[in-house]
Design a protein around this ligand. Structure first.
Ligand code: PLP
Length: 400
C-alpha cells in the first residue's frame, strides 16, 4: 500500500527528530581535533548539565543506551560487588542481565511489571544490610516496556533513611528531557541516558552524568576498562575533545536539541508531556481498555501501555495500524509480548499529533474487531482543551 504524508512514529523511542535538529546535523563533518569542533564540544558538555540538572560533568559516548549502562557499571563497580535492583519490566531485566555478565551479585526485588520500584522495599533491604555489602541501588526511572515511572526522589530518601552508603544509579533512557528529573537535587550518583527519546535525536549518543561520589568510586575501582573509562574522557573534555573520534554530526544535533529544550523551558517540556499523557489515558479509559500501569502515582508521562482484551493479539493490532494508517506503535516486549501495545507520546510531539495518533488507534480498534467503546478521541480532546489537564505543580515533588 502506498502511503502519503508523514509516517507516524509513535513508538516510545526513537522519537520524531525535529526539522531544526535534522538541519543542524546536515553539515560537513569537521576535524574533531580542530578549534571549531572544540567549541562545539565545550558547548554541548555545558548544555547537557542543564538538561540533567547537574553542576557535575556529563560524559557523552558514541553509543546506544546499553553502552551507557555498561559504562556506569564498569566505572563504579567490581566483579563480586552486590547490587540491589528492582524488576520493573523488560529493561530492568536486561540491565540485571548486563550486571550479571560483569559478575555482580544482583539482589533483584521481584515485580509484576505493573508497578515501579518500591521505596519501602529498597529501604528494608538496605536496613537489613548491616555490613554494607550492597554497593549500588540500580533503578530504571521510566520503564519503557510497561509505562511505569518509579519515584526516584522517594528512593533517594529511602536510601538516606537507611543511612546506607550505596551509590544510586538511575536509567533515564526514556525519561530525560521529558519527565521531571534532578540529578543533583535527588542525589543520584550516575544517571544513564541516551539520545533517541526525549532529546529528540537519532540513536547514537549515550550519557553518564556523574556525582563526586561516583567519581571517587571510579578512582578507587580497579576493574579493567578502556573505552568507557570516565577518567580519560573527562581529562580531554576540558578542552572540548574526546580520546577517540566523537559522533560529530550527532553533537551538532545535540546542541540544537538542547537549544530547543531551553527555549521551551524544561518545566514546560515536563508539563506538556503530563498533559499529553493525561489525554491519552482518557482515551484509553473511554475505549474501556485497561492501562498496564496500576498505580496512578506512577503513570508514565511519555508512553501508555494498553492491555489487549483476552483473545486479541496486540501484535496483530499493531500490524493493522501500520498497514492502514502508516503508524508504528510500540510492541509488548518479552513477558508482555502480544498482550500490550504501547503508545509513545514523547519528544517532538504536540496536541494535534496526539489526536492523529489516537484517531489511528480508534479506527484500527474497529478494523481489527477489538471490543471497545467509541469516544476515546473525544475524551482526549476534552483533556487537551484544558479542563482536566494535570498542572505540573501537582506532580512536582519537593526538591528540598
Ligand atoms: N533502558 C530503557 C529504559 C530503554 O527504554 C532502553 C531502550 O529503549 C534501553 C535501556 C536500551 O537502550 P538502547 O536500545 O539505546 O541500547
Amino acid at each position: 500500500m502506498v502511503h502519503t504524508g508523514k509516517h507516524f512514529l509513535q513508538i516510545p523511542g526513537p522519537t520524531n527528530v525535529p526539522d531544526r535538529v535534522l538541519r543542524a546535523m546536515d553539515m560537513p563533518t569537521i576535524d574533531h581535533r580542530g578549534p571549531e569542533f572544540a567549541q562545539l564540544g565545550l558547548d554541548v558538555l555545558e548544555g547537557c548539565k542543564a538538561v540533567f540538572r547537574t553542576k557535575n560533568p556529563v560524559v557523552i559516548y558514541p553509543s546506544s543506551g546499553t553502552g551507557a549502562w555498561e559504562a556506569a557499571i564498569v566505572n563504579t563497580l567490581s566483579p563480586g560487588d552486590k547490587v540491589l535492583m528492582a524488576e520493573t519490566g523488560h529493561f530492568a531485566t536486561l540491565w540485571k542481565g548486563l550486571a550479571e555478565k560483569f559478575k555482580l551479585e544482583v539482589d533483584f526485588l521481584p515485580g509484576d511489571w505493573r508497578r515501579g520500584a518500591q521505596p519501602a522495599e529498597i529501604e528494608a533491604r538496605l536496613v537489613a544490610d548491616r555490613e554494607h555489602r550492597i554497593k549500588a541501588v540500580m533503578v530504571v526511572h521510566n520503564e519503557t516496556s510497561t509505562g511505569v515511572t518509579s519515584r526516584i526522589h522517594e528512593i533517594r530518601k529511602a536510601i538516606d533513611r537507611a543511612k546506607h552508603p550505596a551509590l544510586l544509579l538511575v536509567d533515564t533512557i526514556s525519561s530525560l528531557a521529558s519527565i521531571e528529573y534532578e540529578h543533583d537535587a535527588w542525589g543520584v550518583d550516575v544517571t544513564v541516558s541516551c539520545s533517541q527519546k526525549g532529546l529528540m535525536l537519532p540513536p547514537g549518543l549515550g550519557f553518564n552524568a556523574v556525582s563526586e561520589k561516583a567519581l571517587l568510586a571510579a578512582k578507587a575501582n580497579q576493574t579493567s576498562r578502556s573505552y568507557w573509562d570516565w577518567h580519560e574522557i573527562l581529562q580531554q573534555n576540558k578542552n572540548g575533545s574526546w580520546p577517540y573520534t566523537p559522533a560529530t554530526n550527532l553533537l551538532y544535533g545535540l546542541k540544537e536539541a538542547i537549544d530547543m529544550l531551553m527555549e521551551e523551558g524544561l518545566d514546560n517540556v515536563f508539563a506538556r508531556h503530563l498533559k499529553l499523557a493525561a489525554a491519552t489515558r482518557a482515551a484509553v479509559r473511554a475505549w474501556n481498555l485497561e492501562i498496564l500501569c496500576q498505580d496512578p502515582e506512577e503513570y508514565s508521562p511519555i508512553l501508555t501501555a494498553v492491555v489487549m482484551p483476552a483473545g486479541h493479539d496486540a501484535d496483530y493490532f499493531r500490524e493493522v495500524v501500520l498497514k492502514n494508517y502508516d503508524m508504528s506503535l510500540g510492541a509488548g516486549l518479552s513477558k508482555v509480548k502480544g498482550k500490550v501495545f504501547r503508545i509513545g507520546h514523547l519528544g517532538h510531539f504536540n496536541e494535534l499529533m496526539l489526536m492523529g495518533t489516537l484517531s489511528g488507534v480508534e479506527m484500527a480498534l474497529d478494523l481489527a474487531s477489538v471490543p471497545h467503546r467509541a469516544g476515546g478521541v473525544l475524551a482526549a480532546m476534552e483533556v487537551l482543551k484544558g479542563k482536566d489537564a494535570i498542572p505540573l505543580s501537582a506532580r512536582r515533588s519537593a526538591v528540598a
